[in-house]
Design a protein around this ligand. Sequence first.
Ligand SMILES: *Cc1c(COP(=O)(O)O)cnc(C)c1O
Length: 358
Amino acid sequence: MRVHNFSAGPAVLPEEVLKNIQENLVDYKGFGLSVMEMSHRSAEYDEIIVGAKTRMKKIMGLGDDYEVLFLQGGASTQFLMIPLNFCPDDKTANYIDTGTWATKALKEAAKIGKKMHIVASSKDKNYTYIPKNWELAENPAYLHITTNNTIRGTEWKTDPVVPEGTFLFADMSSDILSKPMNFEKYDIIYGGAQKNIGPAGATFVIIRKSIIEKINPNLASMLDYNTHISKGSMFNTPPAFSIYVIGEVLKWVEEKGGLEVREKFNIEKANYLYNIFDNSDYYRGTVVKEDRSLMNIPFRLPSEELEKKFIAEAKAKGMIGLKGHRSVGGCRASVYNSLPMKAVQDLAQFMINFEKKN
Ligand SMILES: *Cc1c(COP(=O)(O)O)cnc(C)c1O
């Protein structure tokens, strides 16, 4: 029996998709081999990767002015590639610090000697909100934000506005395809696939083609976006099987009705839990209401002992992954795109029962 998986990542995938992959695992569509064994240069594989890229853009409503890349190295490698490619020495890289991942991103820019400016931070209140006011440094190269803060549970509800000529880059690892967004406001959207759209091993990078003329011309091949764009993510062997699974998840998103449907579903799921916090002194959400994430929901119980007990009893009932990130403690329910409604309903009922008994 499958458990209810509230893990922050790698995370739950749609059961239908897994079953379909299982059916095609040993002999993919009658080709006589598994996707894992296929040459990435074969016509069969080309259909898989091109299909995934095309579907990604279609779901996001993006046109030919964007390129979709599937790379390796995780979102964490993008923390490095962005300043390397897009922050020339006479300009400043601008970051909004909304906690752990955002902090890691800005540290990479500083580490490689770029002029880096933190234009706003919610560190003063333990990253429990999204900063609303800021001013970019003079001569900005770009502004970088993290649209959903997986560990703290905050999420941007509006898009930041940048002056013309300044790029807007976003790490969307944990909320990509969870709702319709103004994707065309962004020059690069990137993230690890392992939260909302697939297994670990593939990183999606969606890049506005017109910005490639600004790329630093003196980069090593693997770290240069130009390389990957000109070779269609095939400069070297791509994470072929992960990309195949992403493609299958994208088909599922499309078949279920696209991003409007996902948003409706995700709001309904998140509200099961947020309603409990709002009607109880026992469970305490850790984030200001207006910035609450639809995807990652951290919360506290009256004591750490009770949190331990809560996590253990939930696990015994087939609800896993509820422990908060080791850096913040407490509990966290990640309720990504593929998590069924039933999982959240069962968790909500368990929470109500647990409060009565403890
Ligand atoms: C998980 C996560 C990352 C790290 O991704 P890797 O693929 O492991 O490098 C970065 N940013 C956000 C917002 C995340 O949730």
